[in-house]
Ligand binder design. Structure first.
Ligand SMILES: Cc1ncc(COP(=O)(O)O)c(C=O)c1O
Length: 391
């Protein structure tokens, strides 16, 4: 049996969060740790001496990103990982390699993050196919289970693609990826996951979930810089067409003296789907530092730590006294507090921000998303802020 991960203690000393602020909003953007900042600064400095940059420097960094992300999602072959500048780019790559017929449909979810909607809408519009947006059948207790059931029911013999977040970005609702993937495979549909809001903070095993593609922004739970993310592509996309025809994605691109005689064969796996200038000499070392730090903490230990913080808050009777419903609270690292109907969520967010408490408001839900730099004091500050706003 695998030994349990060592429990984490608060890691705030590894960050430089402003004194007196309670940043409980990793779902918005992770604060850069000292380690990630250091990697970026060193990388910037290297830019002063391009003469020392070797051919190997153009390829090694991105391959290390592939290897570290592969380790994170328990993927045996790192070549199946591409580096992408945004989730929209990774999903556009999937769309570019999807052919729809008129009678077919794409299944997706209500109020999903727009990067995981626009491309499917265009694809469906162009083919005259239908975009099936599955909503939670009702609000209140049992909502998540009923929503998962509705997703399974929406997938039928005409479904060409199922695209969803691993958890809902606005309140952390968990989607049962294994049965949904199984259903998608049973009807021959591609199973495409936006893992941005959970991979890194929650264990993910690609061999268990078996997506055809998994795209993750780098600047949230992977704790990396903005504008560089990662995407896994399964064998369904092995002979696909990339969005860009990069030279670095070709066999022989590491022979700089013969680039003009380069053939057109792509490098294997998902490397063809890399963004252009994938060597990105500043962001790549930062993302490596970020991935290594997440691997060092381990997603399962991060999940246990955030669970402890979340449960401490949700078990408080003071929350009930405010009329806040945390019963469908989503995931340990990303959960929603539903306000009583007469309360204005935006007003509450501004009140909290004035107290230095950073959370997000998504619809009627206050989204709380702690990470390892938070501690019980941050959640207590949130509770007190809610009390001063709502009592
Ligand atoms: C679920 C999810 N996907 C993707 C993104 C970012 O998308 P992109 O990288 O296309 O800007 C976000 C940002 O909040 C998100 O919450």
């Amino acid at each position: 049996m695998k030994p349990a991960a060592t429990p984490l203690t608060c890691q705030r000393e590894r960050f430089e969060l402003p004194e007196g602020e309670h940043y409980i909003n990793c779902a918005y953007m992770a604060p850069m740790s000292k380690r990630v900042v250091q990697a970026g600064m060193e990388a910037l400095r290297l830019g002063t001496a391009p003469g020392r940059k070797t051919v190997d420097d153009f390829f090694r960094g991105s391959d290390v990103v592939r290897a570290r992300f592969a380790e994170l999602i328990r993927l045996a072959d790192p070549a199946r990982v591409a580096l992408v500048p945004a989730v929209s780019y990774g999903l556009a790559t999937v769309a570019r390699n999807t052919t729809l017929e008129r009678h077919q449909n794409v299944v997706t979810l209500e109020e999903q993050f727009p990067s995981n909607v626009h491309g499917w809408r265009r694809l469906c519009d162009e083919a005259g196919a239908s975009l099936r947006i599955v909503s939670p059948p009702f609000e209140g207790p049992g909502r998540a289970a009923a929503w998962n059931e509705a997703i399974l029911e929406a997938i039928d013999g005409d479904t060409a693609l199922v695209a969803l977040g691993s958890v809902h970005w606005s309140d952390g609702t968990r989607f049962e990826l294994e049965p949904i993937g199984e259903r998608a495979r049973a009807v021959g549909a591609a199973f495409v996951i936006d893992g941005t809001q959970s991979v890194g903070a929650d264990p993910f095993d690609v061999d268990v979930v078996r997506p055809d593609a998994l795209v993750c922004g780098g600047y949230k739970w992977l704790t990396g810089p903005y504008s560089l993310g990662v995407a896994y592509f399964g064998s369904r996309y092995d002979s696909g067409v990339p969005l860009e025809e990069t030279w670095m994605g070709r066999v022989g691109s590491d022979d700089f003296s013969s680039l003009v005689r380069q053939g057109s064969a792509y490098r294997g796996g998902a490397v063809r789907y890399d963004v252009g200038e994938v060597a990105n000499f500043v962001l790549v070392p930062m993302l490596i530092a970020a991935l290594e730090q997440v691997l060092g903490w381990s997603p399962s230990a991060i999940a246990s730590y955030t669970r402890m913080l979340r449960d401490g808050l949700l078990e408080s009777e003071r929350l009930d006294a405010l009329g806040i419903d945390g019963s469908e609270a989503g995931s340990p690292h990303l959960f929603g507090l539903r306000l009583p109907p007469d309360r204005d969520p935006e007003h509450l967010r501004a009140h909290l921000a004035a107290l230095g408490i950073h959370v997000s408001v998504r619809g009627r839900v206050v989204r709380v998303s702690p990470h390892v730099y938070n501690d019980g004091g941050d959640l207590e500050a949130l509770l007190q802020g809610l009390e001063t706003a709502l009592v």
